[in-house]
Design a protein around this ligand. Structure first.
Ligand code: PMT
Length: 342
């Protein structure tokens, strides 16, 4: 068999080396100036005002309830203003949609800020799965009905969905781009300020780290070049707004962020580094490969706490969120009690 010559290797540039070097210090937390620079130069989405009016109505309807803001799914980074191409990430929104259901079960009102077309609470059971939703249906006497083997599970999901809807406990808010996400997150945080410690932020979205600022983004579709020229992208780092959220946007709320890694050996270090930098209440670490079977809670001044499904729970298809969301609710109760006593 003919041997292909090895692909030519080339030296990585300093910048390329740094982007894959996991020992390099992360971007410093955003300052007030970074916040002004970003939000003054990146316009809010045109729907934001009407979305916020729905948010304010929702908050008013829950004067005593605990309200959790769940962020879910990945943000996109458009490469053109009239966007044909964009950078995306893997997140399907499973963590967020699943968690939202358990928060609802435990009495929370849920604002679900999600990537448009990613998984939603309740409908997630019948979308994006290996089965097409039509596989759950069958024909009986000329009518479409749910297949007999799915009846009891679907009835239970349907009841929970209808209950949440009728009680007005679930508000669905979509985003697509990183800019839409950041503007909405900031506006939501400010709107939730009057809720005080009853508000919980559960930031499970996979947020883009790089973007093209408006001053450099091309208006129209990038053209393919004659002669096979490369497309070289020049992306700016997205400011790390988590500290602005903790200190200024939502100072009384309990805030939980997630840390995703692919290398187990650095997960705890990275989670603790985030906790030290942003001084919030909890980082939940997870690994891309095992995120549905195990997570680790990293809290200030405490040893980390791994939560893992055991063999029987894995066989029984237990969702790990059903185990750790009640633990979060307990931590939130402590947060509310401590806030009342200070
Ligand atoms: O959707 P699934 O397929 O179920 O996957 C779920 C998940 C793996 C995406 C989820 O469990 C998870 O880990 N989400 C966080 C991913 C991550 O590592 O994010 P990050 O390191 O980019 O950000 C960490 C935190 O900082 C985030 O909670 C974010 O709110 C915050 N952040 C991020 C970027 C930015 N510019 N400013 C921020 O404040």
């Amino acid at each position: 068999m003919a041997q292909h010559p090895p692909a030519p290797t080339r030296r990585l540039s300093t910048n390329e080396r740094e982007t894959i070097d996991r020992t390099v210090e992360p971007l410093p937390p955003a300052l007030e100036l970074d916040e002004h620079n970003y939000f003054d130069n990146n316009d809010p989405p045109d729907y934001l005002e009407s979305m916020m009016s729905d948010v304010n109505d929702f908050i008013e309807k829950h004067p005593q309830d605990r309200i959790v803001l769940v962020t879910s799914g990945g943000t996109t980074v458009p490469l053109e203003n009239q966007t044909v191409r964009f950078i995306d990430n893997f997140s399907a929104g499973t963590r967020g949609a699943t968690s939202a259901e358990y928060f609802l079960e435990l009495g929370y009102a849920v604002i679900f800020l999600h990537r448009q077309f990613s998984l939603l609470p309740y409908s997630r059971h019948y979308s994006h799965s290996t089965h097409c939703f039509l596989d759950f249906m069958e024909e009986k006497d000329g009518k479409v009905v749910v297949g007999s083997k799915y009846q009891s599970e679907m009835l239970s999901v349907l009841r929970k969905y209808k209950d949440a809807k009728e009680a007005g406990l679930l508000l669905l808010l979509p985003f697509t781009t990183i800019n839409q996400y950041l503007h909405t997150l900031r506006s939501l945080s400010l709107a939730l300020q009057p809720v005080g410690p009853r508000a919980l932020f559960y930031l499970a979205a996979a947020v883009s780290d790089f973007f093209i600022p408006p001053s450099r983004i091309p208006e129209h579709k990038i053209q393919s070049m004659a002669g096979g020229k490369k497309l070289i992208m020049d992306l700016d780092p997205v400011p790390k707004f988590l500290n602005r959220l903790v200190d200024k946007w939502a100072p009384s709320a309990m805030i939980i962020s997630f840390k995703l890694e692919t290398d187990r050996s650095i997960l705890i270090f990275k989670a603790r580094q985030a906790l030290d930098r942003y001084s919030h209440q909890l980082v939940i670490g997870n690994l891309l490969q095992t995120r549905k079977q195990e997570v680790v809670f990293v809290l200030p001044n405490q040893a980390e706490n791994w939560i893992k499904l055991n063999d029987q729970q894995t066989i029984d298809d237990i969702e790990i969120e059903s185990i750790f969301i009640p633990q979060i609710v307990n931590l939130h109760s402590e947060w509310i009690d401590n806030s009342a006593s200070t």
